[in-house]
Design a protein around this ligand. Structure first.
Ligand code: ACO
Length: 376
């Protein structure tokens, strides 16, 4: 049975995104990712994925306002967050919060598609608020409620800092959010589809997706990539570190390699440009340089060339988010904050699909006879 991991198995016909791994292209609903990253507001992308077309000006403003209005967390959820241990892992907190939000959502059990769209709007806003709120609560600060006049990226910066969002910082978060919104049949999206295909509700599907995204082979890699750059510490340590840990086969470079991309992940190219600009603007290019030097070493190495291993989205996004002063353990929640719109699009699409229930090849023994416990 091949290499396992369902590699190459097609599980659905979708319009939300095309991941062209051979040519390093990513398309959302017909639009190239480069075009969207240069021009789109995250809310444009949410509308595109949920309605299969770009919004008109008034539709964009209406979705922006709706997400901002729905982004407030119920007091019960804020109280729950305050009761959690301050050192709880942010992705685990997000998993708990989304599960808890279902209890306060009158629509949570509805399987109607129009209602599901409303839940998608609500969860998109609430997940952003929960991420910012948890970062404040764990540091002993009061969470800040979302503002009705801001877009999602601006609101995130505002709720994190309590200050009017710096336009450059909010714009950088917006690009990150646009790039991470949707990505074919990745592990967390597939998880959300499997749960939805059983007839379960959207909150259950999103809780499952958050669990899948948490893993270091998926969304958890952005935090691990940054930890690895910090461990390297100085530009002159890159080569010795590569020789010691990578040439020896002792470790993998986090943020490199992808199941589908056998060329450069187009998101990595866009994020590299942003990481470089942000690093230069902040007068601290060290982390960008370490990442870039390590990527160059890998790209010139036979092992990586043969296996077509290139930086993926998590590699340079680690530098972007670190330069924007986000705590490293908040990197993966930020990924979820964006991917919620792709998960929701896939959940709604899957609501009309069939139960996903693959088969397994039994390779165990046969013909064994029951042995009473005292005779084993
Ligand atoms: N560093 C060194 N070697 C690697 C790396 C890496 N980052 N990634 C893959 N390889 C090697 C493997 O050791 C394997 O070598 P082999 O053929 O000699 O056994 C070969 O490349 C293929 O690797 P697989 O693990 O079989 O590939 P798979 O498609 O299952 O895994 C994955 C893809 C998990 C992303 C892998 O490349 C990896 O672990 N990367 C590091 C973690 C990471 O960046 N994850 C984020 C992915 S993107 C996302 O989810 C947003």
């Amino acid at each position: 049975m091949g290499k396992g991991g369902l590699q190459g198995v097609v599980v659905a016909d979708i319009t939300s995104s095309l991941v062209d791994g051979e040519n390093g292209r990513l398309i959302y609903e017909g639009y190239e990712i480069e075009d969207l990253a240069a021009n789109a507001l995250f809310e444009d992308v949410a509308f595109l994925l949920w309605h299969h077309r770009l919004p008109k000006a008034e539709e964009l403003e209406s979705l922006r306002a709706e997400i901002a209005a729905e982004a407030a967390l119920p007091q019960g959820v804020i109280d729950l967050m305050k009761a959690l241990p301050k050192d709880a892992v942010p992705m685990a907190v997000l998993r708990t919060v989304v599960s808890a939000l279902a209890h306060y959502d009158a629509d949570s059990e509805s399987m109607d598609k129009a209602v599901a769209l409303k839940k998608a709007v609500r969860l998109t806003g609430q997940i952003t608020t929960a991420c910012a709120a948890w970062d404040r609560i764990r540091k002993g600060n009061e969470p800040i409620a979302p503002r009705a006049d801001l877009n999602l990226s601006e609101n995130f910066v505002y709720m994190l800092t309590g200050k009017d969002p710096d336009p450059t910082v909010a714009a950088a978060f917006n690009v990150y959010m646009v790039l991470l919104a949707e990505h074919g049949m990745n592990a967390s999206t597939f998880t959300a589809r499997v749960i939805t295909a059983t007839g379960a509700d959207m909150h259950s599907a999103i809780v499952g997706a958050i669990g899948a995204l948490k893993g270091p082979s998926h969304g958890g890699a952005n935090a691990e990539a940054m930890e690895q750059f910090l461990e390297i510490g100085e530009v002159e340590n890159v080569k010795p570190w590569f020789e010691k840990h990578i040439k020896s086969g002792d470790r993998r470079i986090m943020g490199i390699g992808h199941r589908i991309y056998k060329a450069l992940d187009p998101r990595a190219q866009i994020l590299r440009d942003h990481a470089k600009r942000l690093a230069e603007a902040s007068n601290n290019t060290k982390w960008f340089q370490i990442a870039d030097d390590l990527a160059n070493l890998a790209r010139a190495d036979e092992y990586f060339i043969e296996r077509k291993l290139y930086p993926n989205v998590d590699y340079y996004s680690a530098i972007v988010l670190y330069t924007l002063n986000l705590d490293i353990d908040m990197f993966t929640p930020l990924f979820a904050m964006s991917r919620i719109v792709g998960w929701a699009a896939n959940v709604i699409d899957q609501m009309s699909g069939r139960l996903i229930r693959p088969d397994a090849n039994y390779v165990g023994p046969m013909g064994l006879k029951w042995v009473p416990v005292d005779q084993r």
